[in-house]
Design a protein. Sequence first.
Length: 321
Amino acid sequence: MKRSIKFTAIALISTLAALPALAQNVKVTPLGGIDGEFCPQDRALVFEDPNGTRILYDPGRTVAGANDPRLGKIDIILVSHMHGDHVGNAHNKEPNSGTCASPDVSVSALPNTSAVEIALAKKSKIVTGSEMPPFFAAKLKANGGDPANSVLARFGGSVVVGGVRIATVLALHSNGVDPDYVGGDLGKAMKDAGIAGNVGDATGYVLTFSNGLVAYLSGDTGILADQERVVRDHYKAKLAVMNIGDGFTTGPAEAAYVMNELVKPASVIVSHANEVGTVGGKVRPGSKTEAFLKAAKMPALVPLSGKTMVFDAAGKAVATD
């Protein structure tokens, strides 16, 4: 009997000892258009640090505004650039409205953007680089929010918010402010002239979580030497989120080159495919998503909406929900 109790106690101690290790992982949850699928407009990801800090990356058009029940607490919002499919010029009226192939984007977020509306409702910090912070500060102030909640993290520097270190890195992409965000006579004149406001270079992000995991979020980008010299050599990213959409950004072959030869993370999450990437939760044959998965030399994960992925400090996927 004593021997049985001893073994039970040892087993209990071993289980309890493992719990802190499990608790030190980073959770990543896609907030896409249709539960269990990877769809054309899907951009948004929520990262949850082991300390509880929650970061929304590029809310785009699939987060159903500030009242989306999937959001929960949001401490930080990251916006890679000002295009509507990332900052959110419109959004679905509720999760799972529309279809994967034809998503609902019937609710306008103009002139504020979804990022601003969510930040106001959640009292979140909006962390951006280049010249984007003054734009967000002005929008927050105009809507009764605190402009100090727009936080700058410019290239080569970083800020720590909620225990997570946030740095911006260059993304090779345009970054114009749509005149509809400006409004009034100035906005009309810009639209008539066919020009957009300039807010500096587009960005990606490098996040260093409290457990030591370093994650590279590419934003919309082409191929850059910085992906090797800065993201890999300096920051030593172990997890990546990589756009594969082609036409506007890297295609699947180019994105695979960036991952295989430049960044070399332990794991990569596919992003911004601009296609129906999955049907019934399975990768669609002949898709860009499939092409990237076949070309990637490291484990590549498809961000199925609502399905949480869990990563350890080394960037290895240790669980999915």
